[in-house]
Design a protein around this ligand. Structure first.
Ligand code: HEC
Ligand code: HEC
Length: 243
């Protein structure tokens, strides 16, 4: 998929990208987070922030503002999305650069209060993987930063891994391992993941296994958003893995 994104920073103007099923890039002068989300983000991340597999765009609903803040800074300052060969992050970087700082602040606050989307179906599946095997790696190498239930830890800058799609996690781990993410100077947090994936995620099997295990840490997709929140705070991953 080739994307030719052109931005015109005039309120209300829509610019269409070329090639198959192109996302519509809408520039906006809006300053409230909800309107910015609906006009700019929703076309790629979905109306409820659930993400879109066909664009490889992650679910972002409920993502903590401290993490999104870092990512927007990385995207704007060339630490993520700097290479046109990585179409997804390159595209996202263009969006991040097209917004004003106040708009970014507003949309980040809006995203944070959207109810997290628990991945289901294809967004949860991962072929030829063993969650059981992945559990060991997760407990030995991941939970010290991402917490035992993968709900993330602000103090370490490590984001929640629940709420993301299996294919997105897989893709990001591959990007870190290949140095396509986290390898630019001053990307202190990204560098941690480049190290982890290179030292401890030995092959694609291990990578798939750990993602399969992370999927089991998600709250019950059928539960209400309130109940899901409670499960994230109180839930034992060891129980949910056995289910
Ligand atoms: C043209 C499509 C497109 C638009 C519009 C778009 N995004 Fe994205 N976004 C993506 C893709 C694709 C990725 C995945 C990048 C990667 O693989 O590294 C992404 C990644 C992100 C991430 C990083 C998530 C993570 O887990 O690290 C955040 C945060 C984000 N987008 C927020 C937003 C917000 C907020 C808006 C609206 C202001 C927006 N995006 C608009 C396509 C888009
Ligand atoms: C030393 C702390 C640390 C350890 C250990 C660690 N991580 Fe991370 N991880 C981070 C930080 C910090 C980030 C955020 C990087 C950034 O800001 O770009 C991150 C980001 C990620 C992301 C990207 C999430 C997204 O939304 O884009 C994934 C996936 C991930 N880690 C998985 C893992 C897995 C799997 C393990 C174990 C094999 C692991 N991490 C071990 C600190 C850690």
């Amino acid at each position: 998929m080739k994307l030719h994104l052109i931005f015109i920073l005039l309120g209300g103007m829509e610019v269409y990208a070329a090639d198959p099923a192109p996302p519509v890039v809408t520039a906006t002068k809006a300053t409230d987070g909800k309107t910015i989300f609906q006009t700019v983000c929703a076309q790629c991340h979905g109306a409820d922030g659930e993400g879109k597999p066909e664009l490889k765009s992650p679910s972002i609903a409920g993502m903590p503002s401290w993490y999104v803040n870092t990512q927007f800074a990385n995207l704007r300052e060339g630490r993520r999305g700097h290479d046109a060969a990585d179409q997804q992050s390159f595209m996202m970087a263009a969006i991040a650069k097209a917004l004003q700082p106040e708009q970014i602040k507003a949309v980040i606050a809006h995203v944070e209060q959207m109810p997290m989307k628990v991945p289901t179906g294809k967004d949860r599946e991962i072929a030829n993987a063993s969650a059981q095997d992945g559990m060991r790696l997760f407990q030995e190498r991941c939970m010290e930063c991402h917490r035992y239930n993968a709900s993330g830890e602000m103090a370490f800058g490590s984001p929640p891994l629940i709420g993301r799609q299996s294919w997105y996690l897989e893709e990001q781990l591959k990007k870190f391992k290949a140095g396509k993410r986290g390898a630019i100077k001053n990307d202190v947090n990204g560098a941690k993941m480049v190290q982890i994936t290179n030292f401890f995620v030995e092959d694609e099997q291990m990578l798939r296994d750990v993602v399969a295990y992370i999927m089991t840490l998600n709250p019950d997709p059928a539960a209400s958003p309130e109940e899901q929140k409670k499960q994230v705070i109180e839930g034992s991953p060891f129980e949910s893995a056995a289910r």
